[in-house]
Design a protein around this ligand. Structure first.
Ligand code: SF4
Length: 316
């Protein structure tokens, strides 16, 4: 990739001391590991909307679908101030070319889900969304989003990172001259990646590409982008990955020896039963793709969707 992937991030996760108590919530994985591939665009809603550091702590109060943002000690209602700032800020973020956003969990401003909302009796229910996070997700409904806490789950982490790399490749394609040929090349390379997220979307995208000549280039690209982003929102599963691996084996019918076929089937079975992580059958598949110079599979992003140093696909 020519440039780093641009991601929005809740600023305290970078170690900046912007929290209400003057502290931070530095996440080393995000800065030191993912940060090698990513350029962060920090956003601290509470500071940027004009509240100082330190400031009074606040929480969501009332109805979980449209809660108020209220300071805990003095009861000041900051909802309108936060909402009108957030509306302007998300519009500004359109220029930032973001491929995703990582939110700080549990925050009444930045939390993406399950934020505490206090009812009239002062009892919390984990049903809310932080006000800025809500504005962002309404404005950019298909952009990949996650919270730092959820990124500790290897499956969610893998899915999010795969999605931001795919979106970055798509954005790079969109910077080139729009052409049906370029789109077909992108689609060919991403077919199995999309299949691992959603066979239904892979089929719809195939039909769209087949009808490319009947559409204006911009319309074609816009429709394709929507389907691509929708598919990436659907998580890969063991079953979907096995489907892709078996599909790939079909390309080697002639070349693989009986032993090699048997070995591949055994490794796929070990993945299915949870004895080995996905990286094992994928590595063996990569070996055969190289050995037999299989032209279609050698172009598949599915075999190398993100840098190995991120150690994804390593969990069972
Ligand atoms: S959670 Fe959000 S509002 Fe709170 S300090 Fe972090 S970035 Fe700022």
């Amino acid at each position: 990739m020519e440039q780093k992937i641009r991601l929005g991030i809740s600023e305290c996760l970078l170690g900046h001391e912007v929290r209400y108590d003057g502290g931070h919530k530095w996440d080393r994985y995000l800065t030191d590991t993912l940060g090698q591939y990513v350029e962060y665009v920090p956003v601290c809603p509470e500071v940027e909307c004009g509240l100082g550091i330190p400031r009074e702590a606040m929480r969501l109060v009332g109805n979980a679908d449209s809660p108020r943002l209220i300071t805990i000690r003095s009861g000041v209602d900051l909802t309108d101030r936060m909402r009108s700032w957030a509306e302007k800020r998300v519009a500004e973020l359109e220029k930032e070319d973001l491929c995703g956003f990582i939110f700080k969990s549990d925050s009444p401003s930045s939390g993406m889900e399950r934020v505490k909302v206090y009812n009239e009796k002062g009892m919390p229910e984990k049903k809310g969304v932080g006000l800025f996070a809500k504005s962002f997700m309404q404005h950019f409904p298909l952009i990949p989003v996650e919270e730092e806490g959820r990124l500790h789950d290897p499956r969610l982490r893998e899915n999010f990172i795969e999605s931001i790399f795919a979106l970055k490749r798509w954005r790079e394609l969109r910077k080139e001259k729009m052409s049906r040929g370029n789109l077909v090349a992108f689609h060919t390379e991403h077919k199995l990646l999309v299949l691992s997220h959603s066979p239904r979307h892979q089929s719809m995208m195939g039909k769209l590409v087949a009808a490319a000549k009947t559409l204006q280039a911009k319309d074609l690209y816009d429709q394709y982008e929507n389907l691509l982003l929708e598919s990436l929102k659907l998580r890969t599963t063991l079953k979907k990955n096995i489907n892709v691996l078996q599909h790939m084996m079909g390309y080697f019918k002639e070349q693989l020896s009986r032993d090699e076929k048997q070995e591949m089937l055994e490794v796929i079975e070990a993945y299915r039963t949870g004895y080995v992580p996905l990286i094992v059958p994928v590595t063996l598949m990569n070996h055969y793709v190289r050995k037999y110079k299989e032209p279609y599979l050698s172009r598949q992003v599915y075999l190398n969707p993100h840098p190995v140093s991120l150690q994804l696909r390593n969990h069972v």
